[in-house]
Structures are given as C-alpha cells and as structure tokens.
Design a protein around this ligand. Structure first.
Ligand code: NAP
Length: 199
C-alpha cells in the first residue's frame, strides 16, 4: 500500500508514520524535510505534489494551521489562515487528489476537539474543523472508485502539552500513538464519512 502522508514531520504525522510503517510504504510530504515538498495553501503546489507522487492507495493529512485570537480582535485576514490552510488546504487535497487515489483507497483528514468543546481564542480553528467534518460526511456518499473518506478529531496530545497546555486547561491529553490508531482504523478499516474522536 502506498500512503501519502501530508504533515508527516509533525507531532501527529510522526505518530501516524510510526503506526503505519509496517502496513504501508509511506511517502512523506510537508513544506520542508520530506520526500516531497508541498504547501497545502497553494493549489499549484498540491498539483505538483500529486504529479510527482503518482498513484496512491491512502491519503492522510495531518497538516493545517489556524490563527488563535479573540473574535472581537480577529481580522478577516487572520481568519483566512485557517480557511486557506486547515479548511481549504485539506479539501483541495481531496479535490485534486481523487484522480491519483486507486480503487478502494482512502482519505483521512484532521479536525480537532475545538469544534466540539469551545475554547476562548479558538473560533477560527473550530470553524475550519467543523467545515472539514461536514465536507467529509457529505463527500463520503459520492466519492468515486469506492474511495472512503474520514476525519480524525484529536484532543491535545501529550507530546504537544508544552506548546498548547496553557490553552487547553482542564483537558485530559491523549498520547499521540492513541490518536494514530484512529488514523489506522480509517486507513485499514471499511467505514466512510466518520469522525473518529479521540477525546
Ligand atoms: N497536536 C495536537 O495536540 C492536536 C490536537 C488536535 C488537533 N490537531 C491538529 O492536527 C494538525 C497537526 O497538528 P500537529 O501538532 O501534528 O502539528 P505540527 O507538529 O506543527 O506539524 C504540522 C505538520 O504539517 C506540516 N505543515 C504545516 N503547514 C503546512 C502546509 N501549509 N503545507 C504542507 N505541510 C504543512 C509541517 O511541516 P512543515 O512545517 O515543514 O511544512 C508538519 O509536518 C493540525 O491541524 C492541528 O490543529 C493537533
């Protein structure tokens, strides 16, 4: 199985790569330090990536940024970070990647707990997560070639506690390897349109 893992060098991507390495040939993708370079905010860059990589069986995205800030101070430009990266970046991977995904293949995108459990300063991230989840649920009923699509919605992982711990007060972190199992279920299982919540 050929697995294209976008965001492979990050906290979640590394855990997914470890979990999947015995089941798949993994092609890592990111803006830097990866087998293939891609910036998911650019459709041109996504097209180039798929052209280079060719046919795959599984597409996983663990990349996607968002601006964190109070709604009353957020500018439309700041909100566009999440729109262009976490929301459209992931959805464009699907739109431009479908031709490259083989029969019975799968797509797994990343959302997050903020769409279910609001936190001050996290509205833009929540917006992107909710949009991706809704897209996944709807797209699942019409993807060609029996391709499945799911999203994994993690809580903060233990490995990211230093980075996000001050924001996620009172949240119980989960280990990245537990979150990686949800990606594995999506890639190797038979379900489609699902949101795998690891909270
Ligand atoms: N960590 C958590 O606790 C947690 C919890 C819930 C949800 N999430 C979500 O999961 C996703 C990944 O989180 P993470 O903590 O693993 O992030 P991370 O450690 O910052 O890793 C992000 C990965 O994506 C790549 N990347 C970033 N921007 C990109 C772009 N525009 N195009 C292509 N690749 C890009 C990075 O490599 P380059 O910088 O080289 O491009 C890196 O490989 C995010 O959407 C985050 O909101 C994370």
């Amino acid at each position: 199985m050929r697995l294209l893992l976008v965001g492979a060098t990050g906290t979640l991507g590394t855990a997914v790569a470890n979990e999947m390495k015995s089941d798949a040939d993994i092609i890592s993708a990111a803006r830097t330090n990866a087998d293939v370079k891609v910036d998911i905010t650019s459709t041109e860059s996504i097209r180039e990536m798929f052209n280079k990589v060719g046919e795959i069986d599984a597409l996983v995205c663990t990349a996607g940024a968002a601006h964190f800030g109070h709604v009353k101070e957020m500018t439309p430009e700041q909100n566009l970070v999440a729109v262009n990266s976490k929301l459209l970046g992931q959805i464009n991977l699907v739109l431009l990647g479908l031709d490259y995904i083989r029969e019975n293949g799968s797509i797994t995108l990343t959302t997050g707990i903020l769409m279910d459990d609001p936190l001050v300063t996290a509205s833009s991230a929540a917006m992107a997560n909710g949009g991706v989840q809704a897209f996944v649920r709807s797209a699942a009923i019409e993807l060609p070639k029996n391709i499945r699509i799911n999203n994994v919605s993690p809580t903060m992982v233990t490995e990211a506690k230093e980075k996000y711990g001050s924001l996620f007060k009172g949240f119980k972190p989960r280990e990245a390897k537990d979150v990686a199992l949800a990606y594995k279920k999506s890639i190797l299982g038979a379900q489609s349109g699902q949101t795998y919540k690891v909270y």
